[in-house]
Design a protein around this ligand. Structure first.
Ligand SMILES: Cc1cc2nc3c(=O)[nH]c(=O)nc-3n(C[C@H](O)[C@H](O)[C@H](O)COP(=O)(O)OP(=O)(O)OC[C@H]3O[C@@H](n4cnc5c(N)ncnc54)[C@H](O)[C@@H]3O)c2cc1C
Length: 310
């Protein structure tokens, strides 16, 4: 039966995709189905609006190895839409599914709607300088970045849960070692407040000034690419932008950041942007809700002291 299908290996992303899927359902009048590898998360999805949840039970722990099984289900059920989370693994899997179905794939969509029998999507191009609108014929395969949509809330009623046994052993690939990524501090992509440091910072030891502001504001520390990749003053999972993390905090405070588009694309979803820069013509002020033209070495201690008083 035609339907809207959702997959992500990340449960929070599944709930975000459910929000997008449920919006499509209203217009397309087709059921929303979730495919998951996680039996424990299935009841939560069934409770958040999924009409059906298919739990794939296979012998291989790697999500990518389920691409053929997912392709088979979408083909057999004549899926209209397949939404996958644009995580590293989700992108890999979605590309394999698209190849299996011999169809196209829209990546990193920021919005989507059903229009004239097709799915119309938008995504950013040229580092966020342009918005590209594309139309994908059905079946439309689309990846959506994490946190593009809010998570679907629990609803009255409960979808059905089915388990499907999957044969997915592939002897061509063996995993010899798994190394977890060691993160220092919290995940800035999920932080509610971020103090971000740019190359206006003169010395590494001056990071203390940013840390004090962050502590007073209850924020995590982020940075621009140069601070992480050129100076190595902060780990690379702290830099924000098109090739780094995309953040969506309530509050972003940038200190000594010029605001090049490659950075701004990672902060544009912040609710409030505060920028401190000596150069009144710095492009960051175009993105900022509040701009302070001044030397951060004077402004930041004053701001920190004011916040500490609160
Ligand atoms: C393909 C590509 C991808 C990229 N991806 C990213 C990315 O993901 N993230 C990213 O951040 N960048 C990225 N970049 C780099 C990006 O183009 C910019 O070079 C970078 O964002 C600039 O960092 P910045 O603002 O810290 O430094 P600068 O541009 O050097 O700006 C420093 C600012 O500090 C101000 N300043 C100096 N002293 C003070 C002071 N005492 N008080 C207050 N202000 C002061 C200056 O006026 C200036 O505006 C990418 C570039 C390319 C080509």
């Amino acid at each position: 039966m035609p339907g809207i299908w959702i997959y992500s290996e990340d449960s929070a992303v599944v709930r975000q995709l459910l929000t997008a899927g449920l919006e499509l359902k209203q217009v397309m009048q087709q059921p929303v189905n979730v495919i998951t590898l996680n039996p424990e998360a299935a009841p939560g999805f069934a409770n958040a609006g999924a009409d059906r949840v298919y739990v794939l039970a296979g012998t291989n722990p790697w999500p990518e190895s389920y691409a053929a099984a997912i392709t088979g289900i979408l083909e057999q059920e004549q899926a209209s839409v397949f939404l996958a989370g644009a995580t590293m693994r989700g992108k890999d899997l979605a590309a394999q599914v698209a190849a299996g179905l011999n169809t196209g794939l829209v990546t990193d969509a920021l919005s989507l709607q059903y229009l004239d029998g097709a799915i119309e999507t938008t995504r950013l191009l040229y580092g966020g300088l342009a918005v590209c609108t594309e139309t994908a014929a059905l079946p439309a395969l689309v990846t959506i970045p994490p946190r593009t949509f809010a998570e679907a809330a629990a609803q009255a009623g409960q979808g059905e849960i089915r388990t499907i046994e999957v044969e997915n052993t592939d002897d061509r690939v063996t995993v010899s070692n798994v190394c977890p990524i060691l993160r220092q501090g919290a995940d800035i992509a999920a932080a509610g407040r971020v103090v971000c440091v740019g190359r206006g910072l003169a010395r590494q030891e001056d990071l203390t000034m940013a840390e004090q502001l962050a502590a007073a504001a209850g924020a995590e520390i982020g940075c621009t690419r140069g601070i992480a990749e050129d100076y190595h003053w902060l780990p690379s999972d702290r830099y924000i932008g098109i090739s780094g993390q995309k953040i969506k905090p309530e509050l972003y405070i940038g200190m000594g950041i010029s605001g090049q588009v490659q950075h701004v694309v990672g902060i544009r979803d912040a609710k409030i942007i505060v920028a401190i820069d000596t150069n009144e013509k710095a492009p960051i002020f175009e993105a900022a809700d509040y701009g302070i033209v001044g030397d951060m070495y004077e402004v930041v201690p004053l701001l920190t002291a004011a916040l500490q008083k609160k």
